[in-house]
Structures are given as structure tokens and as C-alpha cells.
Unconditional design. Structure first.
Length: 226
């Protein structure tokens, strides 16, 4: 179980990206289906892609292709590269911040909180999306890149904390999935699970979640921001 939240100690907020601060599902579904069509495999529905995402694009592709194809890592490598090329061009087509996220970030920034985004999305896309939607609100954004372990490993979280000049003892992790819960656990940080993302409350509770935000402004209450 992740650490209990003590809002009196928190001055740093680490956000997940997909399903937490940005609605990205339509663009992820489109990119996934473009690549599936390109290689001659059946397309997937929005709900299917919702269940596939969270562990990085390579894992999304492995889950989306037929089971006998998922073991062919050379083919998955090719599909992954083609996905990256397409998504780098189309990651802004339908993606948008969730209602209330910009206001949440503005309030946190005004109150002196430091913020970062850590994602299993490809690093170039994470940085582009962060700059496009959040600008100087969030100075640090880290995604998947070679040589760095993806979430739920704590590596990208610790890299973000180092860039911010923060410690895990003064930080909270905010995400929408079981991957995020395990990331917080592995980072020895408390976790706030949001309920507007890609997983529902029953599933999150079954994974051990205990602190929830129904809407972005609830996070201010949980952190006791006045």
C-alpha cells in the first residue's frame, strides 16, 4: 500500500499524463488503428484501447495485435517505430486537458507548489504535449526513453524530483491507473487516484487505492490548499 497522504508535508506534485491531466484516448486509438491497418491486423475499439494503455506504447501494441503476433519482437519493433512517427505528427489532433486541470495547476503554482509530469508515453510526445497545453505551469516533463526504466519503476519519478529540487518525502503522486498506484508505491510516495481517467473506482480499490479525487478541484481539498 502506498504511503498515507500528509498534506502538511507536501510541496511537490507529480502528475501522470494520459487519463490524469490530458484526455488522449481518441488520438491513441486512432494511432493504434492506423498501425494495425498498415500491418493488416483487425482494428480495436475505444474501450479496448482504454484497457491496453498505461504501460507504454510498445505494450499497447503487443496487447492490440493478435496473440500469436505479440511474441514477434522484431515486428513489434517495426510497429512501434511507425507508431512513434505517426503519433508525433498527430498527438494533438483530439487531445485536450480535462476540465478543471488548468485551473488546478494555476492554483497550485500560485500557492508555490512545484509540479512535474511523468509518463510512459514517448518522451518527445510528453514534452511536446506538456509545452503545448501547460507551458510554464509544469517545468519538468519526462517520458519513455532508452536506458530509463518505465513506470511502475520509480526511475522517472526520481529524475523529475531531482530536476525540481524536491524529495519524495515532500511529494505526492497523482494518477488514474494501477500502474500509477504501483509507481507511487515503488517511489515511497502517497498517491491520489483520479476518477475521470481510464480506470474506474472499483478497479482502483481492488488494486489498493484509498485516496480519490472525483474532479480536479478535489485535489486542492486533499492537499488542504486554501
Amino acid at each position: 500500500m502506498a504511503k498515507l497522504l500528509d498534506p502538511t508535508r507536501i510541496n511537490t506534485v507529480i502528475f501522470d499524463m494520459d487519463g490524469t491531466v490530458l484526455y488522449t484516448l481518441d488520438d491513441l486509438k486512432t494511432a493504434t488503428n492506423v498501425i494495425l491497418r498498415q500491418y493488416g491486423y483487425p482494428e480495436r475499439s475505444l474501450d479496448e484501447v482504454r484497457q491496453f494503455v498505461g504501460n507504454g506504447i510498445r505494450k499497447t501494441i503487443e496487447r492490440a495485435v493478435p496473440a500469436d503476433v505479440a511474441e514477434n519482437q522484431e515486428l513489434i519493433d517495426l510497429m512501434f517505430t511507425d507508431f512513434q512517427k505517426y503519433y508525433d505528427v498527430h498527438c494533438l489532433d483530439e487531445t485536450r486537458p480535462y476540465d478543471g486541470i488548468l485551473e488546478l495547476m494555476d492554483t497550485l503554482k500560485a500557492k508555490g507548489y512545484k509540479m512535474a509530469i511523468v509518463s510512459n508515453k514517448v518522451d518527445t510526445a510528453v514534452k511536446e504535449l506538456n509545452q503545448h497545453f501547460f507551458g510554464d505551469r509544469v517545468p519538468v516533463a519526462i517520458g519513455e526513453k532508452p536506458g530509463v526504466k518505465k513506470k511502475p519503476a520509480p526511475d522517472t519519478v526520481f529524475a523529475a524530483l531531482e530536476e525540481l529540487g524536491s524529495t519524495k518525502e515532500e511529494s505526492v503522486y497523482i494518477g488514474d491507473s494501477d500502474v500509477d498506484l504501483n509507481t507511487a508505491l515503488n517511489s515511497d510516495m502517497p498517491c491520489i487516484s483520479v476518477l475521470w481517467g481510464f480506470r474506474d473506482r472499483d478497479f482502483l480499490e481492488s488494486m489498493g487505492a484509498s485516496t480519490f479525487a472525483q474532479k480536479p478541484e478535489d485535489i486542492l481539498g486533499l492537499l488542504q490548499v486554501k
